[in-house]
Design a binder for this molecule. Structure first.
Ligand code: FAD
Length: 383
């Protein structure tokens, strides 16, 4: 039995726990720094091979049942008049509003429920030290625990502390794309019916509002130019003050949305950044999801990469009989080009969106579909 420790219980971590449980021989512990599963986040999308993967691993029905069912997105001008629209069923279901979209918090909850019976979850703790020997890795936790594992996987997001611990400081790997994004849930005050609205104001900022949860609520995205220096990741009040200062004078519904931001309880704010690493593993430690290869929310591909990465890593570990070095090498070979393609999409869209032109509403363009669909899924689960 191989003991696998996963840091992070958002998307990549539980996806790996789920995929490892499809194979024999793995005993999984997931440690999450937050005291409970973190709610919130906008819709995340499954596109192309991500959709195919859901069918392969038996999650298609459950995830479809929980999806947002947003029909499409319209761009509006300062007075709320529609300029253009894109429907979810266009471009094979892989466009700006994908056919399978689910709220990030709902996805995390669903994956937790799917895996809580096979993996041990520990909330409110995190790894503070790792010591590797030839045959195991000893993890030291903030709680004082000390345990041995065969493999440790950092699925702890863009600002992964496991990455800092093992590979060095964030600055070495994070590349800001010059855009900051805040997400939160608000009342559906525009009375949208399974619909999203996008507003951008020449060079200054933009917002996307969509109805969620049977139109009872709305999820709001606010975007403005900026970088890490504008964003202390632990100071929520400071982040909100920054958005108010930069966006308070903008048009359409933005002043009202900023008021609603103050009342929200799931505000999430971050830079649009890429994680670029020459190699994703060191000995028995591997990174997964945004910790390893974030493609920025502007790619719309974070969840596809997290799920596909989890499937490939679990499949390669099973194939190699738990031989981590062979599995990690195979992961690099299979994932590198796909990640590079998605990061190109994220970068291009951040530049385009960051210019806040009137036509910047189309996030996913036709020429980007080949990168988004650019991986052939190996068949690890064939009988
Ligand atoms: C609250 C939240 C809201 C989000 N909203 C959106 C959104 O609206 N749109 C979008 O495109 N993307 C969003 N994301 C990011 C999105 O989930 C990822 O881009 C993608 O799904 C890959 O997920 P991940 O699991 O690799 O990283 P993340 O989703 O960032 O998850 C990392 C997890 O690790 C935990 N963690 C951090 N440090 C440690 C540690 N030291 N030890 C243990 N656990 C740790 C975090 O609390 C978090 O649960 C959000 C992430 C979070 C956490």
């Amino acid at each position: 039995m191989k003991r696998v420790l996963i840091a992070g219980a958002s998307v990549a971590g539980p996806a790996l726990a789920y995929c490892l449980a499809r194979h024999e021989g793995f005993q999984v512990t997931v440690v999450e720094r937050a005291a409970a599963l973190r709610p919130g986040g906008q819709a995340v999308d499954f596109r192309g091979p991500g959709r195919e993967l859901l069918r392969k691993i038996g999650l298609d029905e459950r995830i479809r049942a929980a999806r947002t069912e947003t029909l499409g997105v319209a761009s509006v001008d300062r007075d709320g008049r529609e300029i253009s629209r894109e429907m979810a069923h266009e471009r094979g279901g892989d466009g700006t509003i994908a056919e399978i979209e689910i709220l990030r918090g709902d996805l995390a909850q669903l994956m937790y429920e799917e895996t809580a019976g096979t993996a041990e979850y520990r909330f409110g703790d995190h790894i503070v030290g790792l010591e590797q020997t030839a045959d195991h890795v000893t993890a030291r936790f903030a709680s004082g625990l000390r345990e041995d594992y065969d493999i440790v996987v950092g699925a702890d997001g863009l600002r992964s502390s496991l990455r800092s611990l093992v590979f060095g400081p964030h600055d070495r790997y994070l590349h800001d794309l010059g855009l900051l994004i805040g997400f939160f849930t608000a009342p559906n005050h525009l009375e949208l019916d399974r619909w999203a609205l996008n507003y951008t104001e020449g060079g200054a900022g933009g917002a996307v509002v969509r109805s969620i949860r049977d139109n009872r609520e709305a999820s709001v995205l606010l975007a403005v130019r900026g970088d890490r220096r504008d964003c202390d990741s632990r100071d929520v009040a400071g982040q909100q003050a920054f958005l108010r200062e930069r966006m308070g004078g903008l048009g359409w519904e933005i002043p009202r949305l900023l008021d609603m931001m103050d009342a929200s309880d799931d505000f999430y704010f971050d830079t649009c950044s890429l994680t670029r690493m020459p190699v994703w593993s060191a000995g028995r430690v591997m990174l997964l999801g945004d910790a390893a290869h974030c493609a920025s929310p502007t790619s719309g591909q974070g969840t596809n990469q997290a799920f596909i990465g989890a499937y490939v890593l679990a499949g390669e570990l099973a194939k190699s009989g738990g031989e981590h070095a062979a599995a990690f090498d195979a992961y690099e070979r299979i994932m590198r080009d796909y990640v590079a393609g998605n990061q190109g999409v994220g970068q291009e869209n951040a530049q385009r969106f960051g210019s806040f032109r009137d036509d910047s509403e189309i996030w996913i363009e036709d020429h980007q579909l080949s990168a988004i669909r650019g991986i052939q899924l190996p068949d690890y689960l064939a009988a």
